[in-house]
Design a protein around this ligand. Structure first.
Ligand code: COA
Ligand code: MG
Length: 285
C-alpha cells in the first residue's frame, strides 16, 4: 500500500450510523473512521463497536484508517483493541509531537497484531502534526516506524501557535512547506488539513492547487462533496499529461542532454518530473 498515492482522505465520524453506512460508496482514496474529536466523549464506546463491526464488513475500494485517541490518557489502547483486525489498513495518531509516541504506537500495534493473528507490521501509521513542535519534528516523525504519510491538523496548529485562521492561509504557510518538505525527504506522502467550508468548491480547489504547489500529495476531507474536487486537484490534468508526453518524447528522440520544448529548456530534472506525471497518470483509475 505504500506505493499507492492517496489523494483524498475522508473523515467519517465513528459514532454516526448514517455516515458510517456510506463508507462503501464514498469516492475517497482513503477513509478515516474517527474515534477522536468528531465523537462526543460519552459516545466513544458505542463508536468503537460500530467501527469494529464496519471493519468486518464490506468497506469498498478505499484504504481504511482509524483515527485513535491518545494512547496514555484518551483510551487509545481500547481503540486499538477494537479495531486492529482484518479490514484495517492503518491508524492515524492525532496530536503527534515526539517520535516516542510513534514507538509506543508501534509496540501497541505489534501486540495487537500478534493477538489477532495479523502479520507483524502490517498496519501502517499516519501521524497528524497539529502543533508548532510537531511541525519542527516533521522529519523525525516522517521517518518513524510504520509511517507512510504525514497529515496536517491546521485548526489545532493555529490554536497552539496562538494565531487566527485567515482566508489567505498565511499562518499555515511555514507548517505546510515544512511538512511537505519533510515528507518528501523521507519518501512518504503529505496530506493537507481539512477545508471547513464544505459548500465552497472553488475555494477548496484553489487551496488544493496552492498546497500541491508546496509539495502536498493529498488532502483531508470532511464532506462527500469535497472528494471529486480533491481527487481531481491531486491528479495530473489532461494538459499536464499531454505536456509530459511531449517532453519525454523530445528528450528520448534527442537521446538525452538538453532539448527545447515550446521555447523552454528541458533538462534531466524536467524530464524526470514529466515521467513522474505519466506514472501518476497511469496509476490513477
Ligand atoms: N462521511 C460520510 N457521510 C457524510 C459525511 C461524512 N464525513 N458528511 C456528510 N455526509 C452525508 C450526510 O450524512 C448526508 O447524507 P444524506 O444525504 O443521506 O442525508 C450527505 O452526506 C449530505 O450531507 P449534508 O446534509 O450536506 O451535511 P451534514 O449537515 O449532514 O454534515 C458535517 C455536515 C460537517 C456535520 C459532516 O459533514 C461531518 O460530520 N463531517 C465530518 C467531520 C469530522 O469528522 N471532523 C473531524 C475531523 S476535522
Ligand atoms: Mg485535531
Amino acid at each position: 500500500m505504500m506505493d499507492l498515492r492517496l489523494r483524498s482522505w475522508m473523515f467519517v465520524p465513528g459514532h454516526s450510523h448514517k455516515m458510517v453506512a456510506k463508507v462503501p460508496t464514498l469516492g475517497a482514496d482513503a477513509i478515516i473512521l474517527d474515534l477522536q474529536d468528531a465523537v462526543p466523549p460519552d459516545e466513544k464506546d458505542q463508536a468503537r463497536g460500530l467501527v469494529s463491526r464496519t471493519l468486518g464488513g464490506d468497506t469498498g475500494k478505499a484504504r481504511i484508517f482509524v483515527r485513535i485517541n491518545d494512547l496514555d490518557t484518551g483510551g487509545g489502547e481500547r481503540d486499538l483493541a477494537n479495531v486492529v483486525k482484518p479490514g484495517l489498513d492503518g491508524v492515524m495518531l492525532p496530536l503527534t509531537v515526539e517520535p516516542e509516541q510513534l514507538w509506543a504506537l508501534d509496540d501497541a500495534l505489534g501486540r495487537a497484531e500478534q493477538a489477532t493473528g495479523l502479520k507483524l507490521g502490517s498496519i501502517v501509521v499516519v501521524p497528524q502534526l497539529e502543533s508548532p513542535r510537531g511541525i519542527l519534528n516533521a522529519l523525525e516523525l516522517a521517518e518513524g516506524p510504520r509511517v507512510v504519510a504525514l497529515a496536517f491538523g491546521g485548526e489545532d496548529y493555529a490554536l497552539s501557535l496562538g494565531t487566527e485562521r485567515t482566508q489567505a492561509g498565511t499562518e499555515l504557510f511555514f507548517a505546510r512547506a515544512m511538512m511537505a518538505n519533510a515528507a518528501s525527504a523521507a519518501g512518504v506522502q503529505a496530506v493537507d488539513t481539512v477545508y471547513r467550508d464544505f459548500r465552497d468548491d472553488e475555494g477548496l480547489a484553489e487551496e488544493c492547487t496552492a498546497v500541491r504547489t508546496l509539495g502536498m500529495t493529498g488532502k483531508l476531507a470532511i464532506h462527500p462533496a469535497q472528494l471529486d474536487v480533491i481527487n481531481r486537484a491531486f491528479a495530473p490534468t489532461e494538459a499536464e499529461i499531454e505536456r509530459a508526453r511531449e517532453i519525454v518524447a523530445a528528450f528520448d528522440q534527442a537521446g538525452g542532454g538538453v532539448v527545447t520544448v515550446d521555447g523552454l529548456m528541458v533538462d534531466a530534472p524536467v524530464v524526470e518530473r514529466a515521467r513522474r506525471v505519466l506514472e501518476t497518470a497511469e496509476g490513477k483509475e
